[in-house]
Write a protein that binds this ligand. Structure first.
Ligand code: ZN
Length: 223
């Protein structure tokens, strides 16, 4: 059974473009298209390249599904535990630095991850600014949240047994990440502590958890 909760320490490899994909990306970036047209434009805006662009986006998604192993990097929940039976249908490709603010990073590999529908919603991350100090070179930008590729999660936040996330050395990025994704909300903390129990007893539902705990109590009584 896959754990319901796991915080990915750091995504080590980003998607690598093939030569053909890179030339498509260059052509899109050199065009006059806006960020939304480049990323999700219809056949009217990019007539000959739309199919290739869509294939590229699918390839990126498949790559990230493996790289993230089924977990939302931001909230730590597995996509299945967050999005229910639909699982992967609810996940979204997220631009870490919003493409509305940083069009030049629309297809930058290290700017792309998969997020659950809650974390990527406009109530949470949405198009919120994540760059503290911009640079022409992506890796030289300073980010104000824990960056999936450039930072190590445990240097900023540590998961405790009670479901709370502890700030490491008063990390500013840890604090901002908690705020942006609502990680301190009562519902989130409760869900994390329940998921930790699921993982501890290797069960998938509350009913199974109850049964597992009862049988454990009975075993210890009969010892
Ligand atoms: Zn999430």
């Amino acid at each position: 059974m896959k754990n319901a909760l796991r915080f990915t320490e750091q995504i080590v490899a980003a998607y690598t473009y093939t030569v053909a994909e890179q030339s498509l990306v260059d052509a899109l970036h050199n065009s006059t298209l806006g960020h939304d047209e480049m990323w999700s434009g219809s056949i009217a805006t990019i007539p000959h390249k739309r199919k290739d662009r869509d294939t590229l986006k699918t390839n990126i998604k498949k790559f990230l599904e493996l790289a993230q192993d089924g977990y939302c990097y931001y909230c730590g929940f597995s996509f299945v535990s967050r999005n229910g039976e639909r699982g992967y249908k609810g996940i979204q490709r997220d631009h870490i630095a919003p493409k509305s603010l940083y069009k030049q990073f629309t297809f930058q590999s290290r700017n792309l991850i998969l997020a659950c529908s809650k974390c990527n919603s406009s109530d949470y991350k949405g198009d919120t600014e994540t760059v503290e100090k911009a640079s022409a070179e992506y890796d030289k930008c300073d980010f104000n949240i824990i960056h999936p590729y450039l930072d190590k999660f445990s240097r900023h936040l540590q998961l405790q047994d009670d479901g709370l996330l502890k700030l490491v050395r008063k990390s500013r990025k840890g604090k901002a990440t908690k705020k942006m994704f609502g990680l301190d909300e009562t519902f989130e903390v409760t869900l994390r502590s329940v998921c930790l129990q699921f993982d501890k007893y290797q069960v998938n539902t509350l009913e199974e958890l109850l049964l597992a705990r009862i049988s454990k109590v009975n075993i210890s009584v009969h010892k």
